[in-house]
Design a binder for this molecule. Structure first.
Ligand code: NAP
Length: 250
């Protein structure tokens, strides 16, 4: 990391394609002391990934109801004030029983609730619960995975009602957090991050129409985000940035 201490990294929603890539990226940085990963699933057992058994990786298995999240906060106590990077990676677009809406007749209340829960409410709860863990003098950069489709001004195509709205709502909540954090957690910088289209389970069903050069590997995007975070200024503002570090209009 280019900034001096603290050198611990927290990855929330760590079991997905981008979460695992962020962990791998930070573990290659010799200046990072620990990467703490939180996931509903256990630590991946794929031994072909050399970083998995890494002694600097702390894996916490947890559900995302408020009590479980509070228990995670308790487990983070030894790292309080010493976390310099946070990646909040939760997100769903499709599932066995729902699909992004093509037209308004497709809108389904239970699917919408599930999408908002994962994409909007859980990241929001983390930002609420983490305030004592992140408070301190040293800079802490928090990247929350959003998406360009969450930009209201960029919405020319319509469709994907729930996913779009869940990310737009996430961006709006992040803006409110940035205002309050600027008063109460002056060491924290918030970034709403659009990774581009990345080859993970989330994008798999939609990759056929994406030109090859526009489909990124998780490792490439993780490297881009790590660089963006290293260069971020703690300015009390929310930045809405893409994988190139370019600003996106809300
Ligand atoms: N891939 C893309 O092309 C793309 C494009 C734009 C934005 N994004 C955003 O990037 C982020 C990471 O996506 P990804 O591509 O890595 O997707 P992914 O491989 O499907 O991973 C999704 C992550 O979301 C968490 N999650 C899934 N269902 C959840 C639920 N019901 N409740 C709480 N958490 C849940 C999982 O956490 P666990 O570890 O607990 O399983 C997992 O880490 C998401 O916010 C996504 O919207 C991705």
């Amino acid at each position: 990391m280019s900034q001096s201490k603290p050198n611990n990294v927290l990855v929330l929603g760590a079991g997905g394609g981008l979460g695992q890539a962020m962990i791998a990226r930070f573990l290659t940085d010799p200046e990072v002391d620990h990467v703490i990963a939180v996931s509903r699933n256990g630590q991946p057992q794929d031994l072909s990934a050399p970083w998995i058994a890494h002694s600097r990786l702390v894996w916490i298995e947890s559900e995302y109801d408020q009590q479980s999240m509070l228990n995670v906060i308790g487990q983070l106590a030894p790292f309080a004030g010493e976390i310099g990077r946070v990646c909040i990676c939760h997100g769903i677009l499709h599932d066995d029983h729902f699909w992004p809406e093509k037209r308004f007749e497709d809108i389904d209340s239970s699917a919408m609730h599930e999408i908002f829960q994962a994409n909007t409410i859980i990241p929001t709860l983390w930002l609420k619960l983490l305030h004592k863990t992140l408070a301190g003098k040293a800079p802490c950069i928090v990247a929350v995975f959003s998406a360009r489709v969450g930009s209201t001004s960029d919405n020319r195509l319509g469709g994907w009602y729930s996913y779009r709205a869940s990310k737009a709502a996430l961006n709006s909540l992040l803006k409110s957090f940035a205002v309050e954090y600027a008063r109460r957690l002056k060491n924290v910088k918030l970034i709403a991050f659009h990774p581009g289209t990345v080859d993970t389970d989330l994008s798999k069903p939609f990759q056929a129409s994406v030109p090859e050069q526009n489909l990124f590997s998780p490792a490439f995007v993780a490297d881009q985000l790590a660089k963006i975070m290293a260069n971020a200024e703690v300015d009390g503002q929310l930045s809405y940035l893409d994988w190139e570090g370019k600003a996106i209009q809300f």
